[in-house]
Ligand binder design. Sequence first.
Ligand code: C2E
Ligand code: MG
Ligand code: MG
Length: 806
Amino acid sequence: MFAQTTPLKLDSAHDLHAALFNAMTDGVLVVNRQGLIIDCNPAFHRRLGYRKDELTGRSVTTLDPPEFAAQVPRRLAEIEQQGQATFETAHYRKDGSVMPVELNARSFQVGSELVFFSVVRDISERKEMETRLHEGIETYEAAVNTTTLGFWMVDMDGCFLEVNAAYLKLSGYSRDEFLRLRIPDIEALEQPAETARHIAQIIRDGSDRFRSEHRRQDGSRWPVEVVTSFSRVQGGRFFVFIEDISERVVQEHRLQLAARVFDTMDQAVVVTDASNRIVSINPAAVRITGYTFDEVRGKDPSIFASGRHDRAFYDAMWASLHASRHWEGEIWDRRKDGTLYAKWLGINAIHDSQGALYQYVSVFSDITERKKTEELVWRQANFDALTGLPNRHLFYERLEQEIKKAGRTRQGIAVLFIDLDRFKEVNDSLGHAKGDALLAQAAGRIGAKVRESDTVARLGGDEFTVVLPNFGDRANLERIARELIMTLAEPYELGDDDRGYISASIGITLFPDDADNLDGLLKHADQAMYVAKAEGRNRFGYFTATMQREAREKAALAKDLRQALGRGELEVYYQPIVDMTDEVIVKAEALLRWYHPERGLVSPMVFIPLAEELGLIHEIGQWVFGQALAAVARWRDMHDRIIQVSVNRSPIQFEKPNQPCCTDELRRFDLPGHSITVEITEGSLLSQSKHIEQQLLEFRNAGIEVSIDDFGTGFSALSYLRRFDIDYLKIDRSFISDLAEDDANTALTEAIIVMAHKLGIQTIAEGVETERQRDLLRQFGCDYAQGYLYAPALQMDAFEQLLGAA
Ligand code: C2E
Ligand code: MG
Ligand code: MG
């Protein structure tokens, strides 16, 4: 076959062998038993860089690096023994470099000599490949095992074939555990179907980079970024690098949050660079300033300035920013539309880590509304809503200022205390709305009579004050007071054809003559006003020394009154009330007396108002009530009948709810409710106190009757009589005393009696002193009478004598 394809013309077998020997691409080496080179072919010596003659006769050991040279005798023996052997060794080239070779050696008997015939193959390339492969694997393993990234190798089925230490550490799995798992076991975000689709896509694209979440061994999830590539080696492999991005996700969230806060916060934020050019503003800033970001980008924030603040203001701001890196304060700026607004601004100078100025961050909010509210609150705290005048608070402040000023300038101040006369009646009859309208008009009239520099204030209710600094002389002051009285007495148009008629009483006090302090001035002006009222209203009066003395006396009396009850100085007198048909005593009015240890008998007209003022009336009233019940019980036991006792009840007593229950008292004496009548004034009914209705109901439920005292002197609103279920009207003494002389009063008295009867209410005439009065009253059909004609208020035993005599 060989002869056919390569027709060589050779003479002998020897020639053939020699030709083959020389043409072989593998080296051939022949050595004898001593290891001496007998022969070699060109492929051998050329590859080593020798000529043939340089090698023949040499020991092969001279060709080998020492570690191989040492093996030569053992190798030869091995070949001799086994007939052939294949092994790797190396030869030096002539240039000293080493050529790795694979030797396939056989031993032959040539004549008497044993020769070794080796085919020598240059394996440098293979060796290099091997080394490189080896190194490659090492590098790969080093990379995979030293990286902090997780690494897997995964097969086409998603089974893990390899995992590195980093991933095991991150996921908490042991290596054995993990290599039993597949991707769907640790993928926490994708559904298995999604994962399958994803894998298919990676196979198509060759690689992918994506975010997901993995499940740790303990079940917790962690965010990862995955870089994977696909290779078709070994039937398909995925090489996957996994990065733990927990930190990054937290950072990202933080940034997102910061961005969201920036975008959604109510407060405006303007950021400028080191040269104070705007680099960023948030939506709140856009909203407040009216500028868009594009309109202010790169501009100086002075674009927002209103021009309201001077150079010094901004200089101070910058000085603070430089010194403390911060400034905070209120500032007026102008919106794009030109409107002014107040803002509370905080500026921080931000420095980088090297301490160089980096940015200014300004944060502000629009406080215009708040300032308006503050202003409103201030107005509400200092001004009277109804009249727009300064209120008590501001009045005190102004008066205090004037006193200080006057102390310096040695000028006088007049304080006028104005109280409208009978204002309450206008209020009660026309309603609060019209009462308010009247007050507002009165305030206007007072203001019109004084100078700008004078203070007019409303202290509350129908009380006004005027402070007149440098009022000039007395004549001028009195002219003002008279004008005030005149103007306030003019009719008030209150709408719906309603007119209000009132007058005013004015008390005047002077600084520093009457008092040198605020409290003293006010107290004295008040006292002077009361005196003006007592002297007939519609007038003014100065504070006097007498007033001061009286005020002092009142204070002393008040002190004594506090102790009167405890000291047994109070006593209840009883004034009989007779049935007009037969003049038999059927009732009595309990009237209180105070025996003062030094002053003697003090009139209830004096001490009852004082007790009301001091709040003692509750205790005293309760005591009188108990005394009255005791008297009724006593007389019942003596005469076997009920003599009903009227007990006066002050309007003040209705103001205090939750008083001791009257039914308990009645039960204590085993008395029926009608043993007592409670006398109340019309004023009590009109007071509109929520307590009065409830307490009157309580009386009625207990069977206690109710009388209207001094009927006709107040504002007699008939509707109230029906509403409150009144039992008796006590016609005031002023009507009775005028009977006969005054036709109008006579007619009124008769009308009251008729009207009362129509409403099912009985009448009691007070202060009946003459027989003529009695006869007229009887003629009008009055039911009961009380007065000196029968008896004055009597001490218990005197009253009882009268009872016994009847
Ligand atoms: P009032 O309830 O209108 O009592 C009638 C007053 O007229 C009594 O004066 C009585 O003494 C007097 N009076 C009776 N008949 C005549 C008469 O024929 N002619 C004249 N000129 N006067 C007569 P008094 O006792 O000085 O009491 C004065 C006021 O003091 C009482 O007026 C009543 O409002 C009040 N008061 C008396 N005691 C009490 C009490 O215990 N509690 C309360 N809250 N007020 C009382
Ligand atoms: Mg009375
Ligand atoms: Mg009376």
